[in-house]
Design a protein around this ligand. Structure first.
Ligand SMILES: Cc1cc2nc3c(=O)[nH]c(=O)nc-3n(C[C@H](O)[C@H](O)[C@H](O)COP(=O)(O)OP(=O)(O)OC[C@H]3O[C@@H](n4cnc5c(N)ncnc54)[C@H](O)[C@@H]3O)c2cc1C
Length: 451
């Protein structure tokens, strides 16, 4: 069993920890870091790399640029290395193909020495001298490696979520959207397909199935329990909320307020990208010139359970909650776009007593993305986690460099990366507004008018 000593170990190599690895690489050896991932290689949401699908965020918010535009691991440098700059220039679109984002991340990984794949972290413990000891099992059978480090950064992302009442059916027929491409041939063979959910993944799958429908002749049904097949609000003024300033403002709200707000902000991140929504509509419109498209769509409808149907089908028990009507629906294939959930990684079991939790599957997370702990010398940071503390935009790729830069500044105890510049037009909170407005002042500081 080998043993290596590091300043920082990142667990999980998704875009968030990869951005951290790239920013650490730009530091001239001030931090010795390693990043471990259980996959044999990086493939970004492999079964959702649907042809034609694009990022929903701008590639200017790549792994490093928002924290350090001079970092060599930028997307622009990737383009330059691949002789694609002018093609991108003429593409005139910051929403690059998802497949290209995957290639960009792999290019960055190939240039870094710190990323190790095929390493599944099974346990984290604390040594007598107060360091973390991380045990990783090789998924290629080369045994267990132990890594010692001062600080840990969790970047294990979120996991596909299927409600309990919809579980327990053969994966070939009833599966989560995260497995779509592996099951697409099965779908093309089916007579009836039902998609559940109205987030971006469900919408992209419906669009893909619609485009293939003329050659395969299945019926598509699409249910969502949401109020409608609504788009995510990506207008420019709303996009200002996808900023470090808004995260900082949100962090300072009282806990009850932030919990309440996060529940009310679904349309800021959970809906369908407007161009995907338009593409679905336009495809239907084109089909309808010849005949009614073979599709059913119903919102406000929860699929409450799935059981056996007639023949090869499954029977879905559905509830239109606004009318309080229940009905059955049969389908050969059911695709569950039921989202993702963050869980507490099992490998933290041995240090669990040191960690402060804010609720089920929820760490207490501080302003600088550090998990609140007790009795530890080192720190545990968590990227893409502080949903309730930092707001809906923690999962936004363009805020990854901000989170990573903040963590590096915190570990090194100085501002090596300039993050959170405050460059947006609107103010978040009264303090910010009053600071820039000579017309306004706090009531207690302004003399009351006499009438
Ligand atoms: C299909 C899809 C498209 C998306 N598109 C966008 C977009 O365009 N823009 C945007 O802003 N957001 C997007 N998101 C949301 C979010 O930004 C992504 O999910 C992003 O991949 C999250 O990155 P991450 O680094 O937190 O985790 P992940 O990408 O999920 O990576 C986590 C990694 O941790 C590893 N891991 C887990 N446990 C262990 C362990 N015990 N040991 C070792 N490794 C482990 C996993 O193998 C995995 O590789 C998208 C989400 C999905 C599902």
């Amino acid at each position: 069993m080998g043993q290596r000593q590091y300043d920082v170990i990142g667990i999980g190599i998704g875009p968030f920890n990869l951005g951290l690895a790239a920013l650490i690489d730009g530091l001239d050896d001030s931090l010795d870091a390693a990043f471990l991932d259980q996959q044999s290689e990086f493939i970004w949401h492999e079964d959702m790399l649907i042809e034609g699908s694009t990022l929903v965020s701008s590639i200017l918010g790549d792994l490093v640029t928002p924290a350090d535009p001079t970092n060599p691991h930028s997307f622009l440098n990737y383009l330059h290395h691949h002789d694609r700059f002018w093609e991108f220039y003429n593409y005139e679109n910051f929403r690059i193909p998802r497949k290209e984002y995957n290639k960009y991340c792999n290019w960055v990984i190939d240039r870094l020495d710190s990323c190790q794949f095929g390493q599944r972290v099974d346990a984290v413990r604390v040594t007598e001298s107060g360091e973390f000891l991380i045990q990783a099992d090789s998924t290629t059978g080369t045994g267990v490696t132990e890594y010692r480090c001062d600080d840990i950064v969790l970047g294990t992302g979120s996991q596909p979520y299927v409600p309990e009442s919809l579980r327990g059916h053969p994966d070939d027929d009833v599966f989560h959207s995260s497995g779509y491409l592996s099951q697409r041939d099965r779908c093309l063979d089916a007579d009836t397909i039902t998609v559940v959910g109205s987030g971006q993944s469900a919408a992209e799958i419906v669009l893909d199935l619609l485009r293939k429908q003329p050659d395969n002749e299945y019926r598509i049904d699409w249910f969502t329990r949401s109020d409608g097949f609504y788009p995510v609000d990506s207008s420019k003024l709303t996009r200002e909320l996808r900023s470090s300033d808004y995260m900082e403002y949100f962090y300072d709200l009282p806990q009850e307020t932030s919990e309440e707000r996060v529940d009310q902000q679904d349309l800021l991140y959970k809906g369908i990208a407007p161009d995907t929504s338009a593409a679905i509509y336009n495809t239907l419109y084109h089909y309808s010139v010849d005949e009614d498209p073979d599709i059913g769509m119903l919102a406000k409808t929860e699929v409450e359970s799935i059981g056996a149907g007639s023949g090869d089908t499954y029977q879905l028990q559905c509830h239109q909650w606004e009318e309080d009507e229940r009905f059955c629906h049969e389908s050969e294939v059911v695709i569950l776009g039921t989202g993702y959930r963050r869980t507490i990684p099992e490998f933290l079991e041995l240090v669990r007593e040191h960690i402060k939790f804010a609720g089920e599957n929820q760490f207490e997370i501080g302003e600088n993305f550090e998990v609140e702990t007790r009795g530890l010398d080192g720190s545990i940071f968590a990227q893409n986690r502080g949903f309730h503390e930092h707001g809906f935009n923690t999962a936004d790729l363009s805020l990854g460099a901000y989170q990573a830069g903040t963590i590096i500044n915190e570990i090194l105890g100085e501002e090596v990366y300039k993050v959170g510049q405050g460059d947006r037009f609107q103010s978040f909170g009264t303090d910010q507004f009053l600071e820039q407005s000579s017309q306004s002042g706090r009531i207690e500081e302004i003399p009351l008018s006499s009438d």
